[in-house]
Design a protein around this ligand. Structure first.
Ligand code: SF4
Length: 212
């Protein structure tokens, strides 16, 4: 299914399915894959129309349902911030949980959703998702602003508040960082302390040049 000409709302990486909701993002991270390449393993992820509906995504999932169910988990993670399209994300999650209850659903997010939508969306997501991975990205606001270049005010505080909101909803919550980004060292130990103080798990992945 992966071509360089269609809108790829669903793509596979190492046989794992990912949902690509939008190009839009309220960050502009120095390590973002879209700064480095147009495609992920042959799937062009930049959406020319970028007006994705939930049924567009569900159609592409159903076209690949065997492969999706074999993977056991589907992840919202593409070229932009999925929770900008919160209504569509919830519609897709609701559909999947009702039809395929054993399929795990994970959202990878920049953690700005409550600031973007001006309400706490964690309770809306909680019934449908199994894991949320939120980009903490740094141990303080100054470094966060350098590495993530947020387009919203008080972004670092918003991220921490969103982590806590998800934990309070009893969603399995991971606060993540990208380590070893050239010229942008983060204090991994300090980030782990912050993640745990917010009640979240902590995950660090190493930056891969031109990678994912
Ligand atoms: S939050 Fe994610 S999609 Fe947005 S710029 Fe950062 S890495 Fe890219």
């Amino acid at each position: 299914m992966d071509t360089l000409s269609k809108e790829n709302l669903l793509y596979f990486l190492d046989n794992k399915p990912y949902i690509n909701m939008t190009n839009a993002c309220t960050n502009s991270c120095v390590f973002c894959v879209r700064n480095q390449k147009e495609d992920v393993q042959g799937a062009k992820l930049w959406l020319d129309k970028d007006n994705t509906t939930s049924s567009d995504v569900i159609t592409q999932i159903e076209e690949n349902i065997k492969k999706v169910l074999t993977a056991g988990e589907i992840v919202f993670c593409g070229y932009g911030e999925p929770l900008i399209k919160i209504n569509e994300v919830i519609e897709i999650c609701k559909y999947l949980k009702e039809k395929y209850p054993s399929l795990k659903i994970r959202i990878n997010t920049n953690g700005h959703a409550n600031a973007i939508h001006k309400r706490n969306v964690a309770p809306e997501l909680a019934p449908y998702i199994d894991i949320i991975s939120i980009s903490l990205n740094a141990e303080n606001e100054e470094k966060y602003n350098l590495v993530s270049k947020p387009k919203i005010d008080n972004a670092y505080e918003e991220v921490k508040r969103f982590i806590r909101a998800c934990v309070e909803e009893k969603i399995y919550t991971i606060a993540s960082i990208v380590d070893k980004v050239p010229n942008y060292p983060v204090n991994k130990e300090r980030c782990e302390v912050i993640a745990k103080s917010l009640g979240a798990k902590f995950r660090s992945r190493d930056f891969i040049e031109n990678g994912y």
